[in-house]
Ligand binder design. Structure first.
Ligand SMILES: [Zn+2]
Length: 292
């Protein structure tokens, strides 16, 4: 029987991919466009991005479905396309995926807030995540990756939905801000609270991505390892964003600088690593060289 990512992680460090959005923008996706529609409109470009990551040494790539819940797609009136864009996304990634590597069905935030901040209900979030996870698994995703979650409650709704949708490993990544008192989600949840809650719902990989650059994530990984016995996945941004007036957000860390920090993150205990905003296939290639 083929290995799953958990078995692979028991043997060596598992390498995920870098950013999808960064690569799509570089390929001509207009700022403010809906990346998921490119699974239908520009499938060759999406497939080429997956291939670049696999060629760079990624063991796992994420489907282009970060904003693929019907609730999120509804922001731009595309909720009726939820099933077709998610199904197409998995098919594209599987086409690019070599034997023995993996496709992670990507689930990101809905953009709806739970009380006290917003009026969304846990039930409606869980329902939209369930529909997305079911389609991703029907398409043949090997695992589900819940990522860039600013709220622990929303990520728990996604994890419960993914577990209900099928029997596969589930990665859960929240994004933390660094404060003088440690690392907290936007909603104020700590690393220890996150780990306990994820373990209680059966998460397989305790993860964090986005917001923080690689040097801050080197501190974060130590807190995460101390809080759990689950495998830990770390996906930093390429340093701190540089926002020029009116221009798009840029990241100025080099692939070498990033890869050197990733090596330290692995030495500090990370079981799986990848990149987030600002990273591309070159970052993954450098990373693989440094950790081999
Ligand atoms: Zn990011």
């Amino acid at each position: 029987m083929a290995k799953d990512i958990l078995e692979l992680a028991a043997e060596r460090v598992v390498v995920f991919d870098g950013a999808m959005g960064t690569m799509l923008l570089a390929s001509g996706l207009p700022t403010g466009g809906t990346p998921e529609l490119w699974n239908i409109e520009q499938p060759d470009i999406v497939e080429e991005i997956h291939r670049k990551y696999f060629n760079a040494g990624s063991d796992v790539v994420h489907t282009n479905t970060f904003g693929g819940t019907a609730l999120k797609l509804a922001d731009k009136g595309h909720e009726d396309k939820a099933e077709s864009v998610n199904l197409a996304a998995v098919q594209i990634a599987k086409k690019a995926c070599p034997e023995g590597r993996f496709v992670a069905g990507d689930i990101g935030p809905t953009g709806r807030m739970l009380p006290p901040v917003g009026t969304a209900t846990t039930e409606e979030l869980e329902e939209t995540f369930y529909q997305q996870a079911k389609t991703l698994l029907q398409g043949g995703a090997d695992l589900i990756s819940v990522e860039t979650m600013f709220s622990l409650e929303e990520s728990l709704a996604a994890v419960r939905a993914a577990k209900k949708a099928g029997d596969c490993p589930v990665v859960a990544a929240v994004t933390y801000n660094k404060t003088p008192n440690g690392f907290f989600t936007m909603m104020g949840e700590s690393v220890v609270q996150s780990a306990e809650a994820f373990e209680a719902v059966g998460v397989d990989v305790f993860a964090s991505n986005c917001t923080l650059g690689s040097s801050d994530m080197l501190e974060l990984v130590k807190d995460m390892k101390a809080a759990t016995t689950l495998p830990v996945l770390i996906q930093p941004n390429a340093g701190k964003p540089v926002a020029d007036d009116g221009g798009p957000t840029r990241y100025e860390q080099t692939a070498q600088e990033f890869a050197q920090d990733i090596k330290r993150i692995v030495d500090a205990g990370a079981d799986m690593v990848g990149g987030c905003c600002g990273t591309n296939a070159e970052f993954i290639m450098e990373m693989v060289k440094h950790i081999q």
